[in-house]
Design a protein around this ligand. Structure first.
Ligand SMILES: O=C(O)C1=C[C@@H](OP(=O)(O)O)[C@@H](O)[C@H](O)C1
Ligand SMILES: C=C(OP(=O)(O)O)C(=O)O
Length: 438
């Protein structure tokens, strides 16, 4: 019997029968796991990643580093706990081929690593990866001494002809389309002969917490990094050349992936506890404590984790999301169920994410009867009574979880290709059913 291909399969989003009351263990952060893998691969000694995220994006990162010769072994941590990767930074060899899938972190963070390998590294990925901007990384690497063959569009596919070392030094980039350009150059910077000085010359710079995450993690493995926040020039980051330490790092839960579960507490007037929510973090998802409180919930951060409670009321919000763009789909879903209008601003660069998220959210919410309009840099959302229907996801994990949030409150919502959540949260459907007590 023919089976339905995953991308057309429909998942009936469960309707909440009442207020949710659940504890949800959220797997490790995509952004922290993929940075930790890169830094461990560039270190001068072995390192450990405990509780790494195992999802499409992080398995692609691990696979790519392995293809370049890095050892990444499944293991038991130094204290006997499982769920660990041991990283043996023995390699960086070409020729090799890297599949980036549609992972921004893989397509941006690895070309600078490949420039340090001793042979050609070919990069390819999903059709959407050809459309996502990479010019900031390609142009900068050329200035820093790398040889790269591409088709001139400033995007994938391409080959980095690694020369075993890279000069490095000062470079200007426009990172207004993605903060990942800056992170990519900084992460490999300690291994460039002269280090790197990245000067952002564009009009705006999204996702600043993700750049802070890069800087914090570099410092934690012994790199010296000067930043605008540490008294340096505005928009300039400087990394000194030097060896990196191998570390024993426990990966924090992915706070952006906690979003749909917190949203469930908000829209059902229930309660959700997320264990191990860090008391200090650079993850943008931490901002949800404030945003979802403004939208009607309340939260308490204890040593055990975050307890988030909905009040039964869901309020609209006017908010600049430029620092936390990846939270937009989940906030838009909640806003569509609120009792007053919302304006989400500062996220024009979302048009270049997994899909054009502003267009996709507008179309899919409106097809359920909503009233959403796109602005130059965001969305206006005027809540209306929604009805069931198919919610298309465009191979975007956060579109799928946004649809699931709406489905809690609207009967008959069917999510197309819920399996696309595997990009960062492979167990999403089971976790969602578990939260609802199914
Ligand atoms: O560095 C990172 O880990 C990320 C940076 C952000 O990218 P952009 O600056 O391209 O939005 C974010 O949206 C993405 O999900 C993860
Ligand atoms: C934008 C995202 O991913 P990527 O790392 O592919 O840019 C995201 O996860 O929301």
């Amino acid at each position: 019997m023919a089976t339905t291909p995953a991308h057309t399969a429909l998942w009936p989003a469960p309707l909440a029968s009442g207020a949710v009351d659940a504890t949800v263990h959220v797997p490790g952060s995509k952004s922290v796991t993929n940075r930790a893998l890169v830094l461990a691969a560039l270190a001068s000694e072995p390192g450990w990643l405990r509780r790494p995220l195992r999802s499409r994006d992080t398995l692609l990162m691990a696979g790519a580093l392995r293809a370049m010769g890095v050892g990444i072994e499944e293991g038991v941590g130094p204290d006997g706990t499982g769920e660990t990767w041991r990283v043996l930074p023995t390699g960086l060899h070409g020729p090799a081929t890297v599949d980036v899938g549609n992972a921004g972190t893989v397509m941006r963070f690895l070309p600078p690593v490949a420039a340090l390998a001793d042979g050609p590294i070919r990069f390819d990925g999903d059709p959407r990866s050809y459309e996502r901007p990479l010019n900031g990384v390609i142009d900068a690497l050329r200035v820093l001494g790398a040889r790269i063959d591409d088709d001139g569009r400033g995007a994938l596919p391409l080959t980095v002809h690694g020369g075993g070392a890279l000069d490095g030094g000062p470079v200007e980039i426009d990172a207004s389309s993605s903060s990942q350009f800056v992170s990519a150059l900084l992460l490999s910077g300690p291994r460039f002969n002269q280090g790197v000085e990245v000067r952002h010359i564009g009009s705006s710079l999204p996702s600043l917490p993700h750049i802070r995450m890069t800087v914090d993690m570099l410092r934690a493995v012994g790199a010296q990094v000067d930043t605008p926040e540490s008294g340096g020039e505005p928009n300039v980051w400087r990394v000194t050349p030097g060896a990196l330490l191998g570390r024993d790092l426990t990966i924090e839960p992915d706070l952006s992936n906690a979003q749909p579960f917190l949203a469930a507490a908000l829209v059902t007037g229930g309660k959700v506890v997320i264990p191990d929510w860090p008391s200090r973090t650079t993850q943008p998802g931490d901002k949800l404590r404030e945003i979802f409180t403004d939208m009607g919930g309340s939260c308490e951060l204890t040593e055990y984790g975050l307890e988030f409670t909905g009040s039964g009321a869901v309020r609209g919000i006017d908010v600049d999301l430029s620092e936390v763009g990846e939270l937009t789909p989940g906030i838009a879903a909640v806003a569509a169920l609120a009792d007053s209008p919302s304006t989400l601003r500062g996220v024009a660069h979302l048009r270049l994410h997994e899909t054009d998220r502003l267009a996709a959210l507008t179309k899919e919410i409106n097809e359920l009867g909503g009233d959403v309009t796109e602005t130059a840099d965001g969305l206006h959302i005027r809540p209306r009574k929604l009805h069931g229907g198919i919610f298309h996801t465009y191979e975007d994990h956060r579109m799928a979880t946004a649809g699931a949030i709406i489905g809690l409150a609207v009967e008959g919502v069917q999510i197309e290709n819920v399996a696309t959540t595997a990009k960062t949260l492979p167990d999403f459907p089971d976790m969602w059913a578990g939260m609802l007590g199914a």
